[in-house]
Design a protein around this ligand. Sequence first.
Ligand SMILES: Cc1ncc(COP(=O)(O)O)c(C=O)c1O
Length: 334
Amino acid sequence: MMRLHFNENPYGLSPDIMSAALEEARELDLQFYPDQEAPELRRALAEYAGVSEDQLMISNGSDDMIQLLFLAHMHEVERVVIPVPTFGMYRVLGEIMGLEIVEIPLTEDFELDVAGLSRAIDQAPSVVVICHPNNPTGNYFSAADIDSICATDARLIAVDEAYYEFGGCSMVDATSRDPRVVVIRTLSKAFGVAALRIGYLVGHPDKVAEIDSVRQPFNLSAVSQAMACTVVQNADIQLETVDELLRGREMMRRDLEGIPGLTTLSSEANFFLVRVDQGTFGMDAGRIAAELKERGILIRHFPNLPEFLRVTVGLPEQSAALQDALNDLRRQVD
Ligand SMILES: Cc1ncc(COP(=O)(O)O)c(C=O)c1O
């Protein structure tokens, strides 16, 4: 199956970094529990993120971090306020915690509805989650709108920067000015190691300590800690694939734009939306996703974005295969 549905980095680890990471893993004494504080990985991530170690904690992927955030605040907040469409796990994890989920639709051009969000935040103690850039729309929200959300009485403003390396904008600086702001990041996307399950949070030291107090002590396997440490220490080399993917994204968009009935949206991440004009293409977006799956190509269709498909930037040969399959589907309906 061709995986253009989970926004992974198709290049994975460079062979040299893979060998070095495996070497580190080989040295481990697996009979012992891992270090609870993951000190080396924390040091490497803090250096990478440009913060001090007490401003950073690590989780078993960023999904886990979102759950820890909600867990740490569930006695003080009643609702999770989210602009939608966005990453689906905010709703899923908030519901599991028994929190009320309030979804405020984005405007037509996928910007924040600041008035709607502020009203929802004012009505009850809230956590707000802002995905930055937003998955699946691919855009950053206006900085002034985010400032307006930070000026509300939200108890916590969690900014999910899973795709930070592709767009380069960050709210990390805001975390030292306002302890209610935390930034969540992951090694699953640009760093290309989704299987290691490493997410991290940057925040004010007091906030980090509060969230860290609900983390399970052995939440990170020793193998993941050791391998991820090597990956982050070699960030300069490993992140060379980001430029490759940014070039690939624009080539892929240009190729898909050449297919009648398809238009693409600009993106600040390693995925982008494709709008399907059913009349011209001859098939709706949901059916296209289903037909592509039959042909071994996985992309995403979301019920709350019925006319769109979300495509992860793949290798050049994957992009060509997707283009061929879409042309083929169109010929079928002609
Ligand atoms: C916005 C966003 N946040 C978090 C995640 C989950 O990342 P992780 O692999 O670190 O759990 C994803 C995965 O697709 C995502 O798109």
